[in-house]
Design a protein around this ligand. Structure first.
Ligand code: NAP
Length: 306
C-alpha cells in the first residue's frame, strides 16, 4: 500500500486556522493532523515523534506546518524543528503564522514589481513606512523590505517609543535594521508619510489606517499597498482590486488587498505543493515565500495579454 501524505500542523494558539487546513488539503495532503497550544519547548519532542515511525520514502510524504499568530515565535519553532532532525530522518517544514509570511512576501513582491518600471533597483534605497507595523504581517513585510535593501520604518498608534521597541526586537531576531515611527495621530502619521517612498498598510482588518487628509501629506510617494479587504479601505481611495492603479491625490500607484491576496494565495499554494512533492525535505519560511511570490509575478508578467 502507498503511504498517505500526512501534514502535522502545529500552532501555539487554541485553534489551527481552517484557511490553512483547506489549503493543505487542496495541495494534496490526505491526512491532516492539527496540534493546538504547542509551546516552543514541545517542538523537538513532537518532531522526533513524527520522524521515527516512517522510512525515508514515507518521510518524503510527511510534512510539518507551523502556524499561530506570532511571527517571531513561529521562526523560533521552525528553528527548533530543524535542529531536532538529522539524516536520514528529515521531513519538510513550513511556517506561515496567521498567513503573515506569505502575505508579507506577496505584498512586498507586488510593490517591487510596481516600482520596477521606473526603479530598476527595486526597493534598494527606498524609504518604506509600514502602517500597522507592529502586527505579524507588518513586522515581516518590514523585514523582507529591509532584506531587499529598503530603509524601513514600522509605525505604531502606540507612538515612537513603542514602534522602536517592536522594530528593535524584530530587527534583532532577523538580522536587519528597522526603525520605529509614531502613528499616534494624524499629524505624526502625516509627517512619516511625507518622507516615505512606499507605504505598506498592514493595520487590522476593517480599519482605515490612512485617511485622505493624512495621505495628502505624501510628497514623494511612489507606491502604496493595502491589505485590508474589509470596508472601509485601509488607505483612503485605494480600491481592493487596484493593481498598480494611480492613487487619487498623490503621484503614486496603489495596490489593493485583493491584488495582493491573489499573489498570497498562489504563493502559499505553491509552497504547500512544493513540500508535498519534494523528493527530499525542504524548509520553507518567508525568504522562500518572497522568492515564490516574485516568481509568480514574473510568470504572470511574461504571459501574453488576453
Ligand atoms: N490577503 C490575505 O490573504 C491576508 C492574510 C493575512 C492578513 N491579512 C490582512 O493583513 C492585515 C494585517 O494582518 P495582521 O494579522 O498583522 O493584523 P493585526 O495584528 O490584527 O493588526 C496589525 C496592527 O494594526 C494596528 N491596529 C489594530 N487595531 C487598529 C485600529 N483600530 N486602527 C488602526 N490600527 C490598528 C495595531 O498596531 P498599533 O496598535 O501598534 O498601531 C496592530 O498591531 C489585516 O488587515 C489582515 O486582514 C490579509
Amino acid at each position: 500500500m502507498e503511504r498517505p501524505y500526512i501534514l502535522h500542523m502545529f500552532t501555539p494558539g487554541r485553534q489551527m486556522s481552517p484557511f490553512d487546513i483547506n489549503m493543505a488539503a487542496d495541495a494534496g495532503y490526505q491526512v491532516i493532523a492539527p496540534y493546538c497550544e504547542v509551546d516552543t519547548d514541545a517542538i523537538a519532542g513532537l518532531v522526533q515523534d513524527t520522524i521515527f515511525s516512517r522510512s525515508p520514502k514515507g518521510l518524503a510524504r510527511t510534512g510539518i506546518f507551523i502556524g499561530g499568530r506570532d511571527a517571531l515565535m513561529a521562526a523560533d519553532q521552525l528553528d527548533r524543528a530543524k535542529k531536532a532532525m538529522f539524516k536520514p530522518f528529515q521531513v519538510s517544514l513550513m511556517a506561515d503564522p496567521s498567513g503573515a509570511y506569505t502575505t508579507a512576501a506577496a505584498m512586498v513582491a507586488c510593490v517591487e514589481a510596481a516600482l520596477a518600471p521606473a526603479h530598476a533597483q527595486g526597493l534598494k534605497g527606498q524609504r518604506v513606512l509600514v502602517v500597522g507595523g507592529t502586527g505579524p504581517v507588518g513586522r515581516i513585510a518590514g523585514v523582507i523590505a529591509a532584506q531587499a535593501g529598503a530603509e524601513v520604518h514600522l509605525a505604531s498608534r502606540g507612538g515612537e517609543a513603542a514602534a522602536k521597541e517592536v522594530a528593535s526586537e524584530t530587527g534583532k531576531r532577523f538580522g536587519v535594521s528597522l526603525h520605529g515611527a509614531s502613528g499616534a495621530d494624524e499629524s505624526a502619521l502625516g509627517a512619516a508619510i511625507a518622507e516615505a517612498d512606499v507605504v505598506l498598510a498592514c493595520a487590522a482588518a476593517g480599519v482605515q489606517a490612512v485617511s485622505a487628509q493624512t495621505l495628502a501629506a505624501a510628497r514623494r510617494l511612489k507606491v502604496a499597498a493595502d491589505l485590508n479587504a474589509v470596508p472601509p479601505e485601509g488607505i483612503a481611495g485605494l480600491g481592493v482590486s487596484d493593481d498598480a492603479k494611480p492613487l487619487a491625490g498623490t503621484s503614486a500607484v496603489g495596490i489593493g488587498a485583493l491584488a495582493v491576496g491573489n499573489v498570497k494565495y498562489q504563493t502559499q499554494q505553491r509552497m504547500l505543493q512544493q513540500m508535498h512533492e519534494a523528493p527530499s525535505a525542504v524548509v520553507l519560511s518567508f525568504p522562500e515565500a518572497f522568492a515564490t511570490a516574485r516568481a509568480f509575478i514574473a510568470e504572470k508578467a511574461a504571459k501574453p495579454a488576453g
